[in-house]
Structure formats: C-alpha cells, structure tokens
Design a protein around this ligand. Structure first.
Ligand SMILES: Cc1cc2nc3c(=O)[nH]c(=O)nc-3n(C[C@H](O)[C@H](O)[C@H](O)COP(=O)(O)O)c2cc1C
Length: 200
C-alpha cells in the first residue's frame, strides 16, 4: 500500500488535489458526486456536477436552478451531505457540509460568467424543475431544441441560476484494498483539522 494511504496529512493533501482536478476533468470519478439534503422530514439525493473546490476555505460548489425544490429546502435546513466515489483509485468520500445559496449577487454572477452556452440552456426552461407536464419534454423553448442559445439569448437564464456553496465540516475517507481497507475521519473546524482512524 502506498505510504500516502497511512499518513493523515498526506491523505488530506491527496483528497484536496483530487477534488481540484475533478472540477475540470469530467472523466474523474469525483466530478459527479451525489448531493443529499433534507426535504421536510425526508432525505433527498441527486447527482450534481462539481463546479468548484476552494481548498483554502474548504468549500465545494455546484450550480442549480433557483426554482428547484431543493433551494427552499436548503434555506430551511442547510445541513447537507455529499458522497463521492472514484472507481479508479477506489476512494469514497462522505462529506458533511453546510450549504449557502448564492443568488443574484456578485458570487452568482462570477460563476454565471464562466458557464458555457450549453449549460446556460438548462436555465431557459419556461416551467420550473419538477413541474408536471403531459408530454415527455424538457421544458426548453421549441426554437432551442437541438441547439444552444446565442450569448444574448442565454442571459435570460441568469434569473434562474443559483450557485450552491457548501462549507465542509468533515470528510470521511474510505480506501478499499485487498491488502486492508482504511477509513479516516477528518474534522475541519476553521484552521483546526483533526484526524481519527476508524474501522472500515
Ligand atoms: C450526471 C448528472 C449531473 C447532474 N448535474 C446537476 C447539477 O449540477 N445541478 C443540478 O441541479 N442538477 C443536476 N443533475 C440533475 C439532478 O440529479 C436532479 O435530477 C435535478 O437537480 C432535480 O432534482 P431535485 O428535484 O432534487 O431538485 C445532474 C444529473 C446527472 C445525471
């Protein structure tokens, strides 16, 4: 087993490097984590795209439609959770977070400016996500079917765009190996980082 799977500080450094890499590498296992929040008294999970990882502030971010039900739910209960799995390295990360919705402000605008036209198209639906429909359709206006909007038309999507910033409270790292599984909990409290090995 490589030394980096026995040393907590090295493990955290590798986690940070892999999360950074997975923002831009869409084939990386960590690129599409499962995000979970609480919907009244039920849990609700879905796949999202990792859009940013701030390794200084320990914030992981994704984009979503401001009209989606999870926005209201997160505003009610910001305690959230991510699960990442990278098949290639056989690493699972279970990350406890506190979510903050950034909408119609400088942070949201900065993130919006970096989006591609193909992503902006998702925010141009006439009906909100989860609206009922009699047809099998995606809600995109008919003149945009099969093509991206131009830059000017895409700007109309900004009113539906939200950046969700999720502050990491703890990371549970699991490495599966024939020679011995390893599990480490990393608690992050400001600059204070604490490590605890667990039986996998
Ligand atoms: C590969 C993949 C990536 C996705 N990325 C996002 C995303 O970044 N943001 C998002 O809101 N939904 C994303 N979705 C759709 C969600 O999984 C989900 O279906 C949608 O957000 C509606 O869920 P909700 O009703 O819980 O809001 C993605 C789905 C897949 C399969």
């Amino acid at each position: 087993m490589p030394q980096s799977n026995e040393n907590p500080e090295e493990i955290l450094n590798t986690i940070k490097a892999q999360l950074k890499l997975s923002v831009t590498d869409r084939h990386h296992g960590f690129h599409t984590p499962v995000f979970t929040n609480i919907n009244n008294n039920e849990i609700s999970s879905r796949t999202v795209v990792l859009r940013n990882f701030d390794d200084n502030k320990f914030i992981i971010s994704f984009h979503t439609d401001y009209r989606s039900i999870k926005i209201k739910d997160i505003l009610n209960k910001p305690q959230t959770y991510f699960v990442f799995y990278d098949f290639k390295t056989k690493i699972q990360l279970r990350i406890k977070t506190q979510s903050l919705i950034e909408y119609n402000n400088n942070s949201a605008l900065l993130a919006w400016k970096k989006t591609k036209l193909s992503s902006r198209k998702c925010y141009l639906t006439e009906k909100a996500p989860s609206s009922k429909t009699n047809l099998a359709e995606d809600g995109i206006p008919s003149h945009l079917i099969g093509k991206d909007p131009d830059k000017e038309a895409s700007e109309a999507g900004y009113k539906n765009f939200a950046l969700v910033n999720n502050k990491i409270n703890s990371i549970e790292w699991l490495y599966l190996s024939y020679t011995g599984h390893r599990r480490l909990r990393i608690d992050i409290n400001g600059k204070k980082i604490e490590y605890q090995w667990l039986i996998p």
